[in-house]
Design a protein around this ligand. Structure first.
Ligand SMILES: [Zn+2]
Length: 165
């Protein structure tokens, strides 16, 4: 991960606020727009706890977590909420509902997630198709098959240094 974590998170917050603003302008429901955009645009990263748990169980180490050591330990990338498919489903669901608050919530969730995944793809240089949940399942969540060769090389070097397993 190239940039410091606080900056990475700030980028997600800013993009979520932009997503919230866009949706607010459509149906004029600011609370539902911003809240849902922030949930999908920022809180989506809570799925890292699942990756962490798979690697280290309940013994939580904040440093390990912020450094992404869970990926080094397991060589897997679950990140189960990071999937374009969810954004697409949420987006399509917007057209099925009539209620403005519900439409606002769904579009804000869809857009917030879409911006989040887009930012991760650019910042972390994650291949676009690696955030397809179907693709991840197909690759059995194996990092080597999901990240770029350069990313994998760095990963291997870090593994050697840290001597996980
Ligand atoms: Zn993310």
């Amino acid at each position: 991960m190239g940039i410091p974590l606080p900056i990475h998170i700030s980028i997600h917050v800013i993009l979520s606020l932009i997503a919230g603003m866009i949706v607010w302008r459509i149906w004029k429901k600011p609370a539902a727009a911003f809240l849902n955009a922030l949930i999908s645009g920022v809180a989506v990263d809570f799925d890292h706890f699942i990756d962490y748990f798979m690697a280290f169980g309940w013994s939580f180490n904040f440093y390990y977590f912020t450094k992404g050591y869970e990926f080094l330990k397991t060589n897997k990338m679950y990140t189960l909420f990071h999937g374009w498919e969810y954004a697409a489903i949420l987006f399509l669901a917007v057209f099925l509902l009539k209620n403005k608050t519900a439409k606002t919530a769904l579009l804000a969730l869809a857009l917030g997630l879409f911006f989040h995944l887009g930012a991760d793809v650019v910042i972390d240089k994650i291949p676009v198709k690696s955030y397809s949940i179907i693709n991840k399942i197909g690759k059995n969540f194996e990092m080597q098959k999901l990240v770029t060769p350069e990313h994998w090389q760095k990963h291997e070097k870090k593994r050697e240094r840290l001597k996980f397993e």
